[in-house]
Design a protein around this ligand. Sequence first.
Ligand code: PLP
Length: 393
Amino acid sequence: MKLIYLDNNATTMVAPEVLEEMLPYFSKQYGNPSSIYSFGANVSKKIEEAREKVADLLGAERDEIIFTSCGTEGDNAAIMSALSINPEKKHIVTTKVEHPAVKVLCESLETKGYRITRLSVKSDGSLDLDEYRDSLTPDTAIVSIMWANNETGVLFPVEELAEIAKERDILFHTDAVQAAGKIPINMKKNHIDMLSISGHKIHAPKGVGALYIRQGTMFSPFLIGGHQEGGRRAGTENVTSIIGLGKACELAKLNLEKENTHVKALRDYLENGLLKNITNCRINGNRNNRIPNTTNMSFEFVEGESILLLLDQYGICASSGSACTSGSTAPSHVLDAMGVPNTMIHGSIRFSLSVYNTQDEIDYVIDVMPKIIDKLRQMSPYWREEKKICAQV
Ligand code: PLP
């Protein structure tokens, strides 16, 4: 059975060009980039080339990029740095729909005495700018608001939000893990102070990421030890993965247009096909303000996990919004914050595409999904009740 991979917000395939670029640095080119002799210095040069490519994707300068172990590290490092350089400030502004990399860190900081403002979102996933303005105080150490939501793909106006923070001299960080490579980013044209990305969402390997730190922004390192990364992140570099991330950023820049034409067209085609062929379903999040590869759809009176299990039998990989992998059946905190109705919230599925997906694959999903939903609804007492009520009306 052919695998149809529609879970690219969870992780992506390592691009063949990325793997090829990395391979020599696993074997022949194993020097330590900190070594003085050319066998090591050549590796260091390659790391700097990778840094240049990451900077290029973000419209940044090379020395504004440090490599990290993942998106989570970038998010944590940015927030912890702001708290460390502003020890007298005890307030953080974020949203109700952040990834756990920010959400859980903020929960932990709350237990240590920090005050957290979590901005609410409207039913289409968007923020209220007045609520944001009102939340900023002289005690605010940092604002951390994601650029694109990992579950719905909805974009926040982070450039505008950063501008408002700057007027009040407050540091602004954005988690751009799902935005990088999917929308144009030019750090020369905004006032965002720090921005994190992750390799494995853009066809680089898992376990590598980057943090952008604007020139002149004070930064207190998260990892302390050696002098690597200009003293901003100690530890011998993950050379192969960094080289892979550089290549992936180069490809992402080349593929940006394809993301916004080919991938977007496939995503829209998938949505329209499912909306046409399945009753009682909806799209979660503003359709006109999303990254091009993501759709989050709810199917009334079915469980997202059951849909995933049946999709798996057809070789289709997608994702559900509930936190059931963590042992709880609690609905997604993102959809909950958006006020998705109870009958819909448990039946939500995220499909996230990539440049490697094809029209044939999407046609297959459009063919299979109605059968799956129908099968599950036949087993659902709630659905049978709903049908009875509809028949009586
Ligand atoms: N932030 C967002 C928006 C994400 O989607 C993810 C991963 O799913 C992360 C952060 C964490 O990235 P990583 O897996 O590289 O730690």
